[in-house]
Design a protein around this ligand. Structure first.
Ligand code: C5P
Length: 222
């Protein structure tokens, strides 16, 4: 049987990255932060001077095929040897990721990359289409949601903690623009898999509660 996958999908800043990281640690599973791949694609394309528009999608896809990407065990992300961990976490990088992620050629270029993360004893994969497109056979699919205000607040805190600057008003506007693009695009739009279990990750709920819920769903499947 293929290695098991736990998919954790949801909108931006729903807390899926934090929950996925902790669940992977507790289970000793590998982790796939698929959003980072789209962020890297957006960064590489804009650095190469390619306009992030649909008629450039094939060029961006060709560029992706040449990239050397390393997810180091210490959480650093390397692009062609350069540490880009911070560069891909800015709001601009998130917006660029959202732009390039709407192009089917870009999604196709990253497809096998993502599937190659699957390994024993298991994988926790977070993103938008882990359960619907990348790992449709995953034994556990979780969909996290939270209000836009709650997510903007969460993103604000993340940025400040990283020493980056942030403004609540702009963050909320960016997040709503990103939500709209991610849910309305025709290529793999953000939507829960039919067999996803839902968790409302609003402000009253702690990270630990979400982690415990996912672990308990996982145990029920053993
Ligand atoms: O999750 P994160 O905010 O890092 O993702 C950045 C952007 O990449 C998202 O706004 C979304 O447009 C895109 N994305 C995607 N499919 C994924 C993961 C991320 O389209 N599986």
């Amino acid at each position: 049987a293929p290695a098991p996958v736990i998919c954790i999908d949801g909108p931006t800043a729903s807390g899926k990255g934090t929950v996925a990281t902790l669940v992977a640690q507790r289970l000793g599973f590998a982790l796939l932060d698929s959003g980072a791949l789209y962020r890297i694609a957006g960064l590489a394309a804009s650095r190469a001077g390619i306009a992030l528009q649909a008629d450039q999608a094939d060029r961006i896809a060709a560029l992706i095929a040449t990239l050397h990407i390393v997810f180091a065990p210490d959480q650093r992300v390397l692009l062609n040897g350069e540490d880009i961990s911070l560069a891909i976490r800015t709001e601009e990088a998130g917006m660029n990721a959202s732009r390039v992620s709407a192009f089917p050629a870009v999604r196709q270029a990253l497809l096998q990359w993502q599937r190659d993360f699957r390994r024993l004893p298991g994988l926790v994969a977070d993103g938008r289409d882990m359960g619907t497109v990348i790992f449709p056979d995953a034994p556990l699919k979780v969909f996290l949601s939270a209000s836009a205000e709650c997510r903007a607040q969460r993103r604000f805190k993340q940025l400040i903690d990283k020493g980056l600057s942030a403004n609540m008003h702009d963050l909320l506007a960016d997040l709503q623009a990103r939500d709209a693009r991610d849910t309305q695009r025709s290529a793999s739009p953000l939507q829960p898999a039919e067999d996803a279990l839902h968790w409302d990750n609003n402000a009253e709920r702690t990270v630990e509660q979400a982690v415990q819920q996912v672990l308990s769903w996982w145990q029920q499947r053993q």
